[in-house]
Design a protein around this ligand. Sequence first.
Ligand SMILES: Nc1ncnc2c1ncn2[C@@H]1O[C@H](COP(=O)(O)OP(=O)(O)OP(=O)(O)O)[C@@H](O)[C@H]1O
Ligand code: SF4
Ligand SMILES: [Mg+2]
Length: 370
Amino acid sequence: MSALLEVQGLVKHFVAGRSVFGWPTAHVKAVDGVSFTVEAGRTLALVGESGCGKSTVSRLVLRLIEPDAGIVRFEGRDLGTLNANELRAFRRDAQIIFQDPYASLNPRMTVSQILTEPLALHGLVPPARRRERVDELLRLVGLEPRFARRYPHEFSGGQRQRIAIARALAVEPKLIICDEPVSALDVSIRSQILNLLRDLQDRLKLAYIFVSHDLAVVKHIADRVAVMNLGTIVETADAEQLFAAPRHPYSRALLSAIPVPKPRAKRSRIVLEGELPSALNPPSGCRFHTRCPYTIARCRSEEPQLLADGAGHATACHRTAELPLPDSIVPTDGGFSPALEKLVAAFGSVAEGARSAGVDTVKPMPEAGA
Ligand SMILES: Nc1ncnc2c1ncn2[C@@H]1O[C@H](COP(=O)(O)OP(=O)(O)OP(=O)(O)O)[C@@H](O)[C@H]1O
Ligand code: SF4
Ligand SMILES: [Mg+2]
């Protein structure tokens, strides 16, 4: 069976400076040859530091911006060949939710209007049934239908993200891109939104591209992970494999920054030396060579290709085979620390998270019109 989404050799360079005559003089290599696949009903996490190109990949996948090169196929069809009607149908199949739901929700519209708009736009539900559908959507994301008459500012951050998720679900998509969906939320609310996303995935067979710079969050939601550095993917593998045994020095450094699950588990923090290079002028050869502790002469001149090992684990590093084995972040002698067990349990209570409607009602809300 082919993948739901296939991305091949995606490239996007932005003009970052022009001469007095208007000619481009500098380009940001935001995305520079990115390839990956997403299976139906599964989650691919795109991780990497700020500015590595995660959001640009998202916008390219949704065709919100045009690529300079590369192909995006959705259900086997090249998005670059779709006519206006087909592109409209694709916009129904693929949705996005953002880090800041407040900025993405129209403050002058009630929740009911926000959720009705996509239903009307795509002619999905007859007008007489739309109120009922809005109620269903609110219940689906753990909010009470009586909230439909309220405005976005009357909700807490977690509730606003639930509304944004409901709006994405209104058109019954197959793929949702979640661009840092929990980064702006309190830690206590994060696990509730992650649980909700996982529960919805199970129930509605949704695929996610989960964009994040936070590997601790990614660990609890991803089936596969693609690690990005300066516009390229440096490692991709099943989440379990990547977290247990990251191979690329950059992935190892990123992973070393998340908390060790158990006090006895040995793992040393890898502190990257040097400035984060700019996508405006990425280093020659391997783009990580100015910060990599294993750099050799070849790394400065030759760009490593992303090579798969035959078991679905691909790495772009000249020295993959000869690097020392990484410390495992998963304890082998069973069990986590009590604090981490609590956290894991919170992430694990998937059904509970979605069932408890209004769980993140952190600030009391007056009745509308009160
Ligand atoms: N429209 C644009 N014009 C010029 N440069 C852009 C544009 N959009 C993005 N960039 C640049 O492209 C690079 C990648 O940006 P992008 O927003 O995709 O990164 P990101 O990984 O999502 O970062 P963050 O984690 O901070 O959201 C950055 O250097 C950014 O400044
Ligand atoms: S190719 Fe060289 S510089 Fe790049 S990650 Fe591998 S060892 Fe480090
Ligand atoms: Mg971004």
